[in-house]
Ligand binder design. Structure first.
Ligand code: GAR
Length: 206
């Protein structure tokens, strides 16, 4: 039997997919060498992330809660799809659905997520997307950033893998802050963490 030289990565998305793009670019540039993005799953049929995946020649699947009936059925379909593609690492890149403990328990240390704040600030249920930056500005913090962490049964509660800080400016809006956090932090640490965890997975299955 031939040995796997790269971890098979599935990226789960819901929206624009700029983090997915950062992962695709990183693989093309050789920043990610221990993993290969082989599948993109979206729970939103209109996600622009699907176009990004198609442009890069990556197989896509759309699996919605509505289409499946409920969250449990959606997760079962996602698991079936991951298993049929022999996926080793699941990356949540703007995936706006909280996965159940049954799901996260099945993939212990095999799911990572990018969150747009310095966890444990501005995280957990209800903190996603622009809301995170609105909360940071409302609190008046001077520094925010992004975190990549393992996903467990606690929303944004798993072990931290990487973080990067970003300074807040006097005239920041939630939108300007979101853009800067993405550019300076998320798009850098997500590919770096993907490489780190892929290398660990490959080493563990040799
Ligand atoms: C990103 O900022 C990501 O960190 C955030 O949603 C955005 C998705 O953008 N995720 C969360 O808030 C998860 N709690 P993208 O689709 O362009 O990558």
């Amino acid at each position: 039997m031939s040995r796997k030289t790269k971890a098979s990565i599935a990226v789960l998305v819901s929206g624009g997919g700029t983090n997915l793009q950062a992962l695709i670019d990183a693989e093309q540039k050789g920043i990610i060498t221990s993993g290969h993005i082989s599948l993109v799953i979206s729970n939103n049929p209109g996600a622009y992330a699907l176009t990004r995946a198609a442009n890069a020649g990556i197989e896509t699947a759309v699996i919605t809660r509505k289409g499946c009936g409920d969250q449990q059925a959606m997760e079962a379909k996602i698991i079936e799809t991951l298993e049929s593609h022999d996926i080793d690492l699941i990356i949540l890149a703007g995936f706006m659905s909280i996965l159940s403990s049954d799901f996260t328990g099945k993939y212990d240390h095999r799911i990572i997520n990018v969150h747009p704040s310095l966890i444990p600030s501005f995280c957990g249920e209800g903190f996603y997307g622009l809301r995170v930056h609105e909360a940071a500005l409302a609190k008046g913090v001077r520094v925010t950033g992004a975190t990549v962490h393992y996903v467990n049964e606690i929303p944004d509660g798993g072990e931290i893998i990487m973080q990067k800080a970003v300074n807040i400016r006097e005239n920041d809006t939630p939108e300007s802050l979101q853009k800067r956090v993405m550019r300076l932090a998320e798009w850098k640490i997500l590919p770096a963490a993907a490489e780190k965890v892929s290398a660990q997975i490959i080493a563990s299955i040799q």
